[in-house]
Every structure is written in structure tokens, then in C-alpha cells.
Design a protein around this ligand. Structure first.
Ligand code: FES
Ligand code: FES
Length: 172
């Protein structure tokens, strides 16, 4: 069958971790990332937008890739592979505090965490930092933890980044 221009099966252009790729518009973003591009840090657990395992950043916003059609993606996509260097501080805190859970939930928590620590200043201004972090991370489900170590790791990185920014401004 020949599909007309603008059909949902036309290829769409995505920018993934800074590289342009063509993908079938009607395929889920998770499937494009994992099956077409081999970016398997993005996990699929529930497959219906309920657990956050498949979280990637689209235009900087945490987005569930399993329920996002490639053709509806507006903005650059960042996966854990692309974010790994940027969040080396967060990965270290996760390791030091025993915040790593399983291979399904942790990648999504780290990707969502990357978006959070980018907004360190704004988060810190909210006052109750652990509460602000928990609220934002509530879509990244793990039934096996109380989230204490994950929250502590994120709060620590937020505080470090705010301090680093203050120091930089003081030096100027
Ligand atoms: S796998 Fe996408 S939200 Fe659960
Ligand atoms: S879902 Fe990953 S450890 Fe609970």
C-alpha cells in the first residue's frame, strides 16, 4: 500500500543525543530508541505510561517514551546514554548512597533526575527540597524501595550544584 504525504507512516526526523535520525512516525519513541538505534538504557516495563521506566527527555522535559509516537516528538531527545557525562555527579551520589535499584527503574530515575538537577536553583528555592524532589519523581515507580536513598542523592546533587554556582558568582 502506498501511503500519501503526511501519513503517520511517513518517516519523521528526530534529533537523538545530538544526532539526526529518520524513524517511522507511527512507532513508539521507546521502540525507535531501543530497536532501531540500540539505545537500550531506555527500558520498557509497563509499556503503558504508568511506571516511568522509559523516561527520556524531550526538549528537556521528562517524557514517557513508551506512549509517545515518534511522529509527535517536538524537540531534541536525550537518553541516558547522552546524559551520562552530564550527570556523573548524580551517578556517583547514587552509587555512594546505595540508591541504585534494578536495571528497569534506575535508568528512568536518573534521566528524570538529570532534568531535576538542571533546575537546581529553582528547586532549592522551593524550601522543602526532599519534598520537592519526591513530588517530581513520583511518576518513576519502584515498588521495592522507600525512595530515601534516591531522594538523598538527588538533594545532595542539587545542593552541590547550587553551591558551585554561588561560588562561581562570588569569584566573578
Ligand atoms: S514503560 Fe513507559 S511508563 Fe512504564
Ligand atoms: S522496580 Fe527496580 S528495584 Fe524496584
Amino acid at each position: 500500500m502506498t501511503l500519501g504525504a503526511g501519513s503517520e507512516d511517513d518517516p519523521t526526523t528526530l534529533v537523538v543525543n545530538g544526532t539526526e535520525v529518520l524513524a517511522p512516525a507511527s512507532q513508539s519513541l521507546a521502540s525507535v530508541l531501543r530497536d532501531q538505534l540500540g539505545l537500550t538504557a531506555t527500558k520498557v516495563a509497563c509499556g503503558r505510561g504508568e511506571c516511568g521506566a522509559c523516561t527520556v527527555l524531550v526538549d528537556g522535559r521528562p517524557t514517557m517514551a513508551c506512549v509517545t509516537m515518534a511522529g509527535l516528538v517536538r524537540g531534541p531527545v536525550e537518553t541516558l546514554e547522552g546524559l551520562a557525562d552530564e550527570i556523573s555527579d548524580l551517578r556517583e551520589e547514587f552509587a555512594d548512597r546505595g540508591a541504585f535499584q534494578c536495571g528497569f527503574c534506575t535508568p528512568g530515575q536518573l534521566v528524570h533526575g538529570a532534568a531535576l538537577v538542571r533546575q537546581a536553583g529553582r528547586l532549592a528555592e522551593e524550601g522543602d527540597l526532599p519534598c520537592a524532589v519526591r513530588k517530581r519523581l513520583s511518576g518513576n515507580i519502584c515498588r521495592c524501595t522507600g525512595y530515601q536513598a534516591i531522594t538523598a542523592a538527588l538533594c545532595s546533587v542539587v545542593e552541590q550544584r547550587v553551591e558551585a554556582r554561588v561560588e562561581k558568582e562570588e569569584i566573578r
